[in-house]
Ligand binder design. Structure first.
Ligand SMILES: [Zn+2]
Ligand SMILES: [Zn+2]
Ligand SMILES: [Zn+2]
Length: 333
């Protein structure tokens, strides 16, 4: 909005002039300026001569600033941010025009590049613009290889090593939390797979599957594969048959038998109907369990709790073949 439009936009005559760097003045209404900016309000009340200097930035930027105050939006926002985004952020900070400050933070955050991000970050810090700061930090952490090569970064290293350290610490934290998230996701997947194995175990020893069934029921040869056959039941049945026929067994150090033994134990830890349960070893483990509760096996209890909660979200399970399951790797350190 041009100066004369600003003056025309109100039925009142302009009663104040804004003095800018190039000697250009912009007519305005003190009531409009005062309602938008507490700082301008104070400034005007201290100056009976009815001019307010806004200097130190190009007069075009001041005109854009005043235009925003009148219209509550940036006219030609894209172009305005391109040309004056940085100055508008400074002005909105200094004169406390909150709406404009928010618009500048969003506008500048959308125009970050490896070349400008360090300068914008420093400005965001000086202007107390947390949203923009975070966006800059995230940009740097995503594209650090490019940012590191820029003049802005080298300048920062030479002139503000504390701030450089602050940024590097942020990058380090971001990397750690990314790894933590990935690790949690990995464990969550594994707990879901274990939960599926528990469901299959019950299904095999309750209704029977293709090759293994409860002790009081002959396996039904005509039975087709169940819905979990390829992801879990097939491998689990092979493992059960191995467990029954293996010569080495757990004491002999057989890793397959050990895995099966742990799956039976996990079932027992989760089973709430041991009296009627047909899963082998369920009751034997239950009877031994009070000793375990007392003592050393906190990690096992953690595993049991995690599988219990995975049950609640088992519909999200991404499946994995049961013959790849290895219980010790499911227990976080
Ligand atoms: Zn099955
Ligand atoms: Zn074995
Ligand atoms: Zn049971």
């Amino acid at each position: 909005m041009e100066e004369n439009q600003i003056a025309k936009s109100s039925s009142m005559e302009s009663d104040i002039r804004i003095l800018t760097s190039g000697g250009r003045t912009i007519p305005a209404h003190s009531s409009v300026l005062a309602s938008a900016s507490p700082v301008l309000e104070k400034l005007m009340s201290d100056r009976p001569e009815r001019t307010v200097p806004i200097i130190g930035v190009p007069s075009d930027a001041v005109a854009a600033f005043v235009s925003f105050i009148y219209s509550r939006r940036c006219m030609g926002e894209e172009e305005m941010m391109e040309r004056h985004g940085i100055q508008l952020l400074v002005l909105s900070h200094v004169y406390q025009v909150r709406e404009l400050k928010r618009a500048c933070e969003v506008g500048l955050a959308g125009k970050l590049t490896a070349e400008n991000v360090v300068d914008v970050l420093q400005l965001a810090r000086e202007c107390d613009a947390p949203y923009l700061s975070i966006r800059c930090m995230k940009f740097i952490s995503k594209d650090f290889k490019e940012v590191e090569k820029t003049e802005g970064w080298r300048f920062l290293q030479d002139h503000d090593p504390w701030f450089e350290l602050h940024i590097l610490q942020f990058l380090d934290e971001a990397e750690k939390s990314r790894k933590r998230r990935m690790r949690n996701r990995k464990y969550q997947r594994l707990y879901l797979q274990l939960n599926e194995a528990m469901e299959c175990l019950e299904h095999i020893f309750t209704e029977g599957c293709t090759h293994v069934g409860p002790h009081d029921m002959e396996p039904d040869k005509k039975k087709g594969p169940c819905t979990s056959f390829s992801t879990c039941c097939r491998g689990l049945q092979l493992l059960i048959r191995h467990f029954v026929t293996c010569k080495k067994k757990v004491p002999g150090g057989c890793s397959h038998c050990k895995r099966m033994w742990q799956l039976f134990r996990l079932h027992s830890s989760l089973c709430d109907q041991p009296e009627s349960c047909k899963v082998p070893l369920c009751r034997q483990f239950k009877e031994k369990m009070p000793d375990e509760r007392k003592g050393e096996d906190g990690r096992w209890r953690l595993l049991v709790r995690k599988v219990e909660s995975a049950k609640a979200i088992s519909s999200l399970s991404k499946r994995k073949r049961v013959d790849e399951l290895d219980i010790p790797t499911f227990i976080p350190n």
